[in-house]
Design a protein. Sequence first.
Length: 79
Amino acid sequence: ATTPLAVAKTRIMLENPVEGQAKRYVGTYQTLSIIFKVEGATALFKGLAPRVTWITVGGFIFFGAYEQATQLLWKSGAW
C-alpha cells in the first residue's frame, strides 16, 4: 500500500476477527483514525518505498524497451 486510503482498504479487507469478537476496522475514516492513533502517521504510508522502487524499475525497463524498439523501427524504415 502506498497511500493512506490504500492502507485503510487493505486493513479492512484483510481483517479476520476471532469469532464472537467485533471487527476492529469498520469504515475508512475510523480505520485511518485508529492507525494514526495507535501506529502513528508513518504507518499510513507503509509500503511506499517498495512501491516507488517497483515503479522505478518498471520505468527503466519500459523506456529501455521503447528506445530499442524505436531504433529498430528507424533502421528498418518501418517508422
